[in-house]
Design a protein around this ligand. Structure first.
Ligand SMILES: C[S@@+](CC[C@H](N)C(=O)[O-])C[C@H]1O[C@@H](n2cnc3c(N)ncnc32)[C@H](O)[C@@H]1O
Length: 195
């Protein structure tokens, strides 16, 4: 674990966690936006060691740290209702594909539990045509409806659904996928806790 901050997690007023943070591009960019606010800690969790090392090498601010582990293990160490924002950009298929939903649904339930009552989970995910053809409008609609319904069933309140990724988000895969908008359809879900 790379720790620039000597403060323990709980002493920060606001904690932003990115799961599957890849090369750290998004979190390091967000850290620059928040760098004047001492109260905010950004934590990236990435299981792949070379990418984790790359993330640490790009750190420019003291408010961000990366952890090389499975995010399930790391999240288990947080108390419930402690995270302000959880971000997942283009999760691995094991954590979003329809075929693996039995496995991943409980993982997202844990994320819901760890979020503060006013917290957010920002999920950016994609639909890619298996035959490498453009995604049809009807397939896109069916898939989008399924994702929204699935996260609602897990227990989230689906506050907002957007086509594409947030404009200020940049990550290794997002930047790559943006060049292929016909074949790769991206949506963003802003998920909150039910009141
Ligand atoms: C499709 S990549 C997306 C990476 C990055 N978010 C981006 O948009 O460029 C998925 C990432 O999740 C990581 N990953 C998969 N399972 C993980 C787990 N259980 N814990 C932490 N990271 C994981 C992979 O190593 C990979 O870097």
């Amino acid at each position: 674990m790379h720790r620039d901050s000597t403060k323990p997690f709980y002493s920060h007023g606001k904690i932003i966690v990115e799961i599957g943070s890849g090369d750290g591009r998004l979190l390091n960019n967000l850290a620059s936006l928040y760098h004047t606010d001492d109260n905010v800690l950004l934590i990236g969790i990435e299981v792949d060691e070379p990418q984790y090392r790359n993330s640490c090498a790009q750190i420019k601010t003291g408010n961000v740290q990366f952890i090389n582990d499975e995010f399930e293990n790391v999240l288990a160490n947080f108390s419930d209702e402690t995270l302000d924002t959880v971000i997942s950009v283009l999760p691995h298929p094991d954590y979003i594909d329809r075929t693996h939903q039995q496995k991943w649904a409980p993982v997202y339930k844990v994320i819901l539990d760890k979020m503060k009552p006013c917290g957010h989970f920002i999920l950016v995910t994609e639909l890619i045509d298996e035959l490498l053809e453009p995604v049809s409008t009807s397939d896109y609609k069916v898939w989008k409806r399924w994702v929204v319904e699935k996260f609602g069933l897990i227990g989230f309140d689906v506050a907002k659904v957007m086509d594409g990724a947030p404009l200020y988000f940049s990550s290794h895969y997002l930047d790559k996928f943006k060049n292929d908008p016909q074949r790769i359809k991206i949506i963003t879900l802003i998920l909150t806790k039910k009141r």
